[in-house]
Write a protein of this length. Structure first.
Length: 283
């Protein structure tokens, strides 16, 4: 006769049991759903990165544009009265691809300028006499708009930028589709973003250990710690450790190479992310 599972202590219920109880009519909340997803990740059914994206997608519906917008003071906006070459210089220095363009009053947003449209205007024979002719319509939205609603509107309209307006009708900031997506998938770096500072990829801890980003170049690691690891086959310390372990490691796995002891701090189904490092004195 099968054992009655009803006597099983609540703390031993699996995430499947909890899903079953939720579907059987018990009240469900967003917090319940997040707890189930975390249980699924703990049981190895979904990767840590997948869990973070799911949590981000759930959280987006609670966030507003005001929570993620680039404030007015940090906006890179262009003046419609600047000459083409001056505008081009500003565009190159910023590294962005879309820019709000204003008139004499910075609250007067005339439209959005795409860098590729400006380039065409500069090189075209008999091109437009004013940047105003290159502008695309600006989308104006309130700070209170929900991010999930904005993401849907971005997808439907194929716009990638919106100007955020405050309660008085002035410019409060701007928001891009990248700002919204980063709430789901995490930071998105492109070729214009600042490169990682090697010092920030190796962080000293109070107990004398270090946290090392797995993407730290082996050359940087060697220089920092006076090591002599070979970088002929692998570029990063994460690649070196993964090869030495012999498989994609999981959190908690340990490896000692000479005077360096590594313990996997974070990893998912695709790659190693961070390592704890202890250094032993030379004998």
């Amino acid at each position: 006769m099968a054992e009655d599972d009803s006597t099983q202590p609540p703390e031993r219920r699996t995430w499947l049991d909890r899903i079953g109880s939720m579907l059987s009519g018990e009240p469900s909340t967003r917090e319940d759903l997040v707890e189930l997803l975390r249980d699924a990740q703990s049981d190895g059914l979904i990767a840590a990165d997948t869990l973070r994206m799911m949590e981000g997608a759930i959280a987006v519906s609670d966030l507003t544009v005001g929570d993620v917008m680039i404030p007015r003071a940090q906006m890179v906006a262009l003046s419609a009265d600047e000459p083409f070459l001056e505008l081009l210089k500003d565009v190159v220095e910023s590294g962005h691809s879309r820019f709000p363009v204003h008139g004499e009053d910075r609250d007067e947003i005339l439209g959005i300028l795409l860098a590729k449209d400006l380039l065409r205007g500069v090189v075209a024979d008999g091109g437009p006499g004013s940047v105003r002719e290159l502008l695309r319509p600006a989308v104006l939205i309130p700070e209170s708009k929900k991010l999930n609603v904005l993401l849907r509107e971005f997808r439907q309209s194929r716009n990638h930028m919106a100007i955020v307006i405050d309660e008085y009708g002035g410019v409060a900031g701007l928001v891009t589709i990248e700002d919204v997506l980063e709430q789901i998938v995490g930071d998105i770096d492109d070729e214009h973003d600042e490169a990682e500072n090697p010092e920030e990829m190796i962080a000293a801890q109070a107990d004398g250990q270090f946290v090392v980003d797995a993407l730290t170049p082996i050359d940087d690691f060697n220089e920092r710690f006076g090591a002599d690891f070979d970088d002929d086959e692998y570029d990063t310390i994460g690649g070196l450790v993964t090869a030495a372990i012999g498989h994609l490691p999981e959190a908690g796995e340990e490896l000692t190479l000479g005077r360096f002891s590594f313990r996997v701090a974070r990893a998912d189904a695709r790659r190693l992310h961070a390592l704890h490092l202890s250094i032993h004195a030379d004998h």
